[in-house]
Write a protein that binds this ligand. Structure first.
Ligand SMILES: *Cc1c(COP(=O)(O)O)cnc(C)c1O
Length: 370
């Protein structure tokens, strides 16, 4: 007689499917029997540059402190963030990756019977953490692949606790303008939280792209989340943060595990934050790589969704099936991400790599589509 633990799990968890990460390079190397170094992974929007050299000493210095708990308040990192962003310490919530912030805000506000509003083609974690908390997800159809903000505001009902915006959105790479965001914030009732996920903020190079931080004073119901996983090149260390009114930060900090960001991550994030030249190089390599990839798509006659992030989604010709193309690329040691599970069948998302990585991908894709 064995216990059926699935039946015992809370109802929200029973129906969940785990988040699907990009395939790790060592796993594919084992499967293909080739060197890990020969694999090109453009599947998780990671920084292709390798870490900032500035973090090495910061990490080494922490080795001697390995037996000690980290600074649970993250004072030094928060102080640096405050100075750079022009906010106060009590407005920041540190996360083990910005995914933590998404989870905290949901656990603070959502219980059974409540709902959150998300956009079609949006990051899957919002729905995952909401369902785990017993909440429902209202998905609003996209417009030209992007968030339809007036429709999202109109979808809010008396059970809505949070609206999730991703600016720019992953995996479509679309963004909402300052004007659109301002009109939206005005429409949202003040008792509904707006979580503005700016994971790719640093890459965007558009005059009409807004910084959520500019609206914090006016909107105490706004939480902006950012991360060190992308442009700062620290995906492995797991550091992100929320910036909000002190009231919302206080609530999130009540459920934040006391040592959710470890000493290495805190020290490396601070060093990466101070390395302005690394950030500038990340953005420059991304701009060049984006031009390289979209140039190749044009040459191949492939439709793509113009992206302001460090990734771009393109459409396969009708005769090709995304699963098969994915397999064929994997056979050539190239890892990309089919995005059918984002309601985008026939599309593939590729992260922008180094020039050489992009070229390897382009050559492999040409072979597969030949
Ligand atoms: C990558 C990504 C994040 C960042 O996740 P971390 O937990 O900070 O690594 C958040 N939101 C979106 C939309 C992302 O694509």
């Amino acid at each position: 007689m064995s216990v059926n633990f699935l039946e015992l799990a809370v109802s929200g968890v029973q129906g969940l499917h785990p988040y699907q990460p990009g395939k790790p390079t060592d796993e594919l190397a084992r499967e293909l029997g080739i060197n890990e170094a020969d694999i090109v992974k453009l599947a998780s929007n990671e920084n292709p540059l390798g870490p900032s050299p500035a973090i090495e000493d910061a990490i080494k210095a922490q080795l001697a402190e390995l037996t000690r708990y980290p600074d649970g308040a993250g004072f030094e990192l928060k102080a640096e963030l405050c100075e750079r962003l022009g906010v106060e310490m009590n407005q920041i919530t540190l996360g083990n990756g910005s995914s933590d912030i998404l989870d905290f805000i949901v656990r603070v506000f959502v219980e059974k019977g409540d709902n959150v509003v998300v956009a079609q083609h949006a990051f899957s974690i919002y729905g995952l953490v909401t369902r785990a908390a017993g909440g429902d997800v209202i998905e609003v159809p996209a417009k030209n692949w992007g968030h339809d903000l007036p429709a999202m505001a109109a979808a809010i009902n008396d059970k809505t606790r949070i609206v999730f915006l991703t600016n720019p959105n992953n995996p479509t790479g679309t963004y909402n303008t300052r004007e659109e965001l301002e009109a939206f914030l005005k429409l949202v009732p003040e008792n509904v939280v707006v979580l503005l996920d700016e994971a790719y903020f640093e890459y965007v190079n558009k005059d009409d792209y807004p910084s959520g931080i500019d609206y914090l004073n006016q909107y105490p119901n706004l939480v902006v989340s950012r991360t060190f996983s992308k442009a700062y090149g620290l995906a492995s260390l797991r550091v992100g943060y929320g910036i909000s009114s002190p009231e919302l930060a206080d609530l999130m900090n009540r459920i934040r595990p006391p040592f959710n960001v470890d000493s290495f991550a805190l020290a490396a994030a601070k060093a990466a934050l101070c390395d302005d030249s690394y950030l500038a190089r990340s953005v420059e390599v991304n701009n060049q790589g984006m031009a390289q990839l979209t140039g190749a798509f044009d040459e191949l006659g492939l439709e793509f969704i113009p992206s302001v992030g460090n990734f771009v989604s393109f459409k396969l010709p009708e005769a090709f099936e995304d699963k098969a193309v994915n397999q064929a690329l994997l056979q050539q040691g190239v890892i990309i991400r089919p995005v059918a599970n984002y309601d985008m069948p026939g599309y593939i998302r590729v992260s922008v790599g180094t020039q050489a990585e992009n070229q390897t991908f382009i050559d492999a894709l040409k072979k597969v589509l030949a």
